[in-house]
Design a protein around this ligand. Structure first.
Ligand code: PMP
Length: 444
C-alpha cells in the first residue's frame, strides 16, 4: 500500500462533488469515511485513509471472483493492448477465437459464442433473438418471454421488463408487451405446502404456459441460482421439470449465469449443471472479466443461425481482444489455483459455521447457498418469518466498522445478508467473518 503516503483528500472531495452517487449500495462505503477505495489485493481493499477491509461481496456485486490485483491478468491486458487492441468489433482476433474455444469446452452442447459488453446487453440480445425467431418461423406469434419473481436480468428497458424485483422496474414504464412473470421457487417462504416443492414450483410455470397459450411461448429466462433476489438455490428437480414444461411448449430455455457462473458454486462451473440440465442459451457476465466489462451469449449453432439472417446485430466493443485476453487469463487462474475446490471447501465451512450460529441467534432464519455463493436470511420471528431488515442494516454497519468486513443485503425484503467473497477467502477469513457476525448479532 504505497498510495497511503499520498494525501488523497482532494480525490475524496472530487468524488463527493462530481461523481453521481445515486445507489443505496454506494452508501456501503459512506460510513467508512472516506468511501473512495484505492487499492485491492486478493480479497482485501484499502480506502483513501489506508484502512483495510475484507471485501466479502467481491466488488459489491459479485464480480471480482478471482480477486483484486491479479498480475497475470494485468500482464495479459498489457501484452494484448500493445499487440492488437481492437479491430472490427468482435470478429477475427486471436484471443476472441481462443477464448470462445475454451469457453465452449466447459459448456455442454453449446458451441457459438457472441461477446457483449454487459450482462444486460447479453440478455437483451437473447430477447431480440427470441422475437426474431418468432417472426421468421412462427408468424411473430411465439414471442413471449417468461421470467421469474425475484430474478434480475439487467437494466435496459427490455431486461427490466423481465425484472422479478418490482421495485427496480417501477417508474420506467411503459414496458413492451410479451413479458410474463412466473412464481419464485424459494422453499423457505413457501407458497405451496407440498412435499416435492421443486416439482410444484415448476408446475406453476406450466400453469402460466397453459394460461398464456403454449404456441405463444418463446423462452423462459431464469437465474439457475437467484442472486440479487435473495440467494435462492432451487429445490431438487426444479430446473429439469421447468425446462421440460417449456420445451413441451416449443420454447427455449435461457440460463442467466451472469452472476453465479464461473465456478463459485464449487461443485460445477455453471449453476445449471448442479440441476442436471442443459439450457438452449446461456448468458455470462460479471466474473467473466473479473471486473472488466465483458459478457457473452452462448448457444447452439441452430439457434445462432436462426438469428443470423442479415439483421446485423452489432455492438462496438463486445469481445474486443483485450477483454477476451482477460477472459482467458481468468480461466487460467480458476484452473491453476483449483479455485472451484477451494470455493466448495470454504462454502461448507461458512455455512456450517452460520448454522452453528443459528443455534444461538434466533434472528438467523435460513442459511443457504452453494460453494461461496451464500445468503443468510434474518427474521424477527421464526414462526411468522417476519423479515428483519433493520437488524440486517445494523449488522452490516457493525461488520464494517468493528470488524472491517464489507457486506451488503439482498432480496426484496432487504433481509438477506449476502456473502460472496473473492475466492481468496481463506479458513482464517471465514472464521473472522463468523466471529464478527456472532458479535454483531449479539449486539442486536
Ligand atoms: N443478470 C444477473 C443475474 C445479474 O446479477 C446482473 C447484474 N446485477 C445482470 C444480469 C446485468 O448485468 P450488467 O450489470 O453487467 O448489465
Amino acid at each position: 500500500m504505497n498510495t497511503m503516503t499520498n494525501d488523497l483528500s482532494g480525490v475524496v472531495a472530487a468524488d463527493r462533488a462530481h461523481v453521481w452517487h445515486h445507489l443505496s449500495q454506494h452508501k456501503q462505503y459512506e460510513t467508512v469515511d472516506p468511501r473512495v477505495i484505492v487499492e485491492g489485493k486478493g480479497l482485501r481493499v484499502w480506502d483513501a485513509k489506508g484502512k483495510e477491509y475484507i471485501d466479502a461481496v467481491s466488488g459489491a456485486v459479485w464480480t471480482v471472483n478471482v480477486g483484486y490485483g491479479r498480475e497475470s491478468i494485468a500482464k495479459a491486458v498489457a501484452d494484448q493492448l500493445v499487440k492488437m487492441n481492437y479491430f472490427a468489433g468482435s470478429n477475427g482476433t486471436v484471443p476472441g477465437a481462443l477464448f470462445a474455444e475454451k469457453l465452449i469446452t466447459k459448456m455442454p452442447g453449446l458451441s457459438r459464442v457472441y461477446y457483449s459488453n454487459s450482462g444486460s446487453e447479453a440478455n437483451e440480445k437473447v430477447y431480440k433473438m427470441v422475437r426474431q425467431i418468432s417472426h421468421r418461423h412462427h408468424g411473430g406469434m411465439k414471442n413471449k418471454i417468461l421470467y421469474r419473481e425475484r430474478d434480475y436480468h439487467g437494466t435496459t428497458i427490455g431486461t427490466l421488463a423481465t425484472s422479478g424485483q418490482a421495485e427496480r422496474a417501477k417508474q420506467y414504464g411503459p414496458y413492451p408487451d410479451g413479458f410474463v412473470m412466473v412464481p419464485h421457487c424459494l422453499e423457505y417462504r413457501k407458497q405451496w405446502d407440498v412435499a416435492n416443492y421443486g416439482e410444484r414450483a415448476a408446475d406453476a410455470i406450466e400453469e402460466v404456459i397453459l394460461r398464456e397459450g403454449a404456441d405463444t411461448i418463446g423462452c423462459l429466462v431464469l437465474e439457475p441460482v437467484t442472486a440479487g433476489g435473495g440467494v435462492i438455490v432451487p429445490p431438487k428437480g426444479y430446473l429439469a421439470a421447468a425446462y421440460a414444461h417449456v420445451r413441451k411448449a416449443g420454447g427455449l430455455c435461457l440460463a442467466d449465469e451472469v452472476q453465479v457462473g464461473f465456478g463459485r458454486i464449487g461443485s460445477h462451473m455453471w449453476a445449471f449443471e448442479a440441476q442436471g440440465v442443459v439450457p438452449d442459451i446461456v448468458t455470462l457476465g460479471k466474473p467473466i472479466g473479473n471486473g472488466h466489462p465483458m459478457a457473452a451469449v452462448i448457444t447452439t449453432p441452430a439457434i445462432a443461425n436462426a438469428f443470423a439472417n442479415g439483421m446485423e446485430y452489432f455492438n462496438t466493443f463486445g469481445g474486443n481482444p483485450v477483454s477476451a485476453a482477460i477472459g482467458l487469463a481468468v480461466l487460467d487462474v480458476i484452473r491453476d489455483e483449483r479455485l472451484m475446490a477451494h470455493c466448495q471447501a470454504m462454502g461448507e465451512r461458512l455455512m456450517d459455521g452460520a448454522r452453528e450460529l443459528a443455534k444461538r441467534h434466533e434472528a438467523i432464519g435460513d442459511v443457504r447457498g452453494l460453494g461461496l455463493f451464500n445468503g443468510i436470511e434474518l427474521v424477527q420471528d421464526r414462526a411468522t418469518l417476519a423479515p428483519a431488515p433493520d437488524l440486517l442494516a445494523r449488522v452490516i454497519t457493525r461488520m464494517k466498522q468493528d470488524h472491517q468486513i464489507l457486506l451488503s443485503s439482498e432480496g426484496p425484503l432487504h433481509n438477506v445478508l449476502k456473502i460472496k467473497p473473492p475466492a481468496a477467502f481463506s479458513a482464517a477469513d471465514c472464521d473472522r467473518f463468523l466471529h464478527g457476525l456472532d458479535q454483531a448479532l449479539a449486539a442486536g
